[in-house]
Design a protein around this ligand. Sequence first.
Ligand code: NAI
Length: 549
Amino acid sequence: MQTTQPITKNVPTGMELLTDPKLNKGTAFTEEERARLGLVGLLPDSIEDIDRQLERVRGHLAIKPNDLERYIHLIGLADRNETLFFKLLMSDPKYFLPIVYDPTVGEACLKFGHIYRRPRGLYVSIHHKGRVAEVLRNWQAKDVRTICVSTGGRILGLGDLGANGMGIPIGKLQLYTACAAVPPDCLLPILLDIGTTNQNLLADPLYLGIRQQPPPTEALDEFVDEFVRAVQEVFPGCCIHFEDWKGTDAIRLLAKYKDRILCYNDDIQGTASVALAGLLTALQILGAKLRDQGILFLGAGSAGLGIADLLVSAMQHEGLTREEAAARISLFDINGLIEPSRKDLSLSQQVYAHPHAPSKDLVATIQSLKPSILIGVSTVGGAFNERVVRAMSKLNKQPIIFALSNPTDKAECTPEQAYTWSNGQALYAAGVQFPEVKFNGQTFHPGQANNVYIFPAIGLSIYVARPTRITDEMFLVAAQASAEQVTQEERSHGMLFPSQSDIQQAEFAIATRVAEYMFDHGFATVKRPSDVRSWIEGQLYRPHYTVEF
Ligand code: NAI
């Protein structure tokens, strides 16, 4: 029967073990383990394997009334039994993606203070200035390979959600594991609490963040600088993944740090990479080259500029000079076409200010510039109306139309509208997942330009190759590798991205290509293996109860 001493030293016993999400196996503890670890009587009699436990969780989820309730249940599961949580997510990423991440995570962030149960990740507040390293040291794990950090300054398309934004770094890092099998122990979600401009949250008694306006830019940058230095000190070699910061902060900080430390910004570089991946697939369908296209963006914020800059790099790879490539791209924002007479342009926007008369009319601009590709990153739902899509269709047999703003009601047009108004000719992608569309007897599977095709693979390549920097070239390589994963059959149904049903295989293939690039160009800090793909596969996280007690 029960003995009091566990054989393995430093392993908690009894209730302490059952409340440790990393070690807990729940009803899967064997009879012998129960006896040795002081668990007899703390669990019901049945001993179950992980598949039986999954069956029970699936039953719980099935009776939940909506995805927000499923999200809350899943976070609770992660708090109790991390292995079971990831086993579940990894068993069907396509189903769980919209629950643990966009769009449900957006709703969860809006209500974060109301649905909050237990702490997860680290909250580094501006009140901790001067002792950020000390706060980071409170994190239990020491081998942290990637930190995902947000200020909550611009959550999805929902604006400034302050500390409620914590749901985003948590969800993003869960997808590193669910989609690319990055071991969860080496991932750390952080919310940098700098205050919020959101009056509703500031007035909400259940809001959990600090109740003040964000600091001026200079003070913010000083705080971020301390944070960046503290990460280098406490977790050397760790990558900082910036996520959902206010657009101007995101652009400025990426420009400041990308050549100095190991970091990337998924909203800028990941978005750009996935958009490029979709464009490369669409162009393969058309048998055309990127360098021969004219590209017009609606929206010139962090997403638009990030995509535009990566397209310039991609066109340079196809033989154009930087200036020739930039000349193929125009942007149109809330104040109209970006052209030299505008006095409100940032330096990064000025690159795309080509001689043209001022215009606030999108259709007239399309007719004048004659783009073959139209990309919406404006946050304006319905901005690609019938006149816009018809203008694109008149100029191009198969116009490429990407309506990337999200959530769903912000999409510049729906796939149904794009296919209807282009008579089934548009090559369309959205920022959210729309259901399939039947038009003229044909079934279309509208692509979702979801960064999830890129950032988990980047995370995996960082985990294995431990690079010194993340460069734009790596996002170019990731885009090309993603486009290569789309089969001929999938393309014939309008799919521009790999199937989400097989997302893990796509991520491993993309991570392999990116890691190879890191080795080839001297960025990796570990020894190059002879077969990168199988070397990566040997390091993947497997959600099994392998811990021997
Ligand atoms: P942002 O706030 O930095 O930029 C928005 C841009 O749209 C600004 O240039 C603004 O002037 C312009 N704009 C606003 N109203 C307009 C109007 N009426 N007409 C023309 N332009 C207008 O936002 P950010 O970060 O660039 O994101 C934009 C959208 O892209 C969001 O909805 C976001 O959810 C989406 N996005 C999609 C991704 C994806 O599909 N993978 C990834 C990242 C962002």
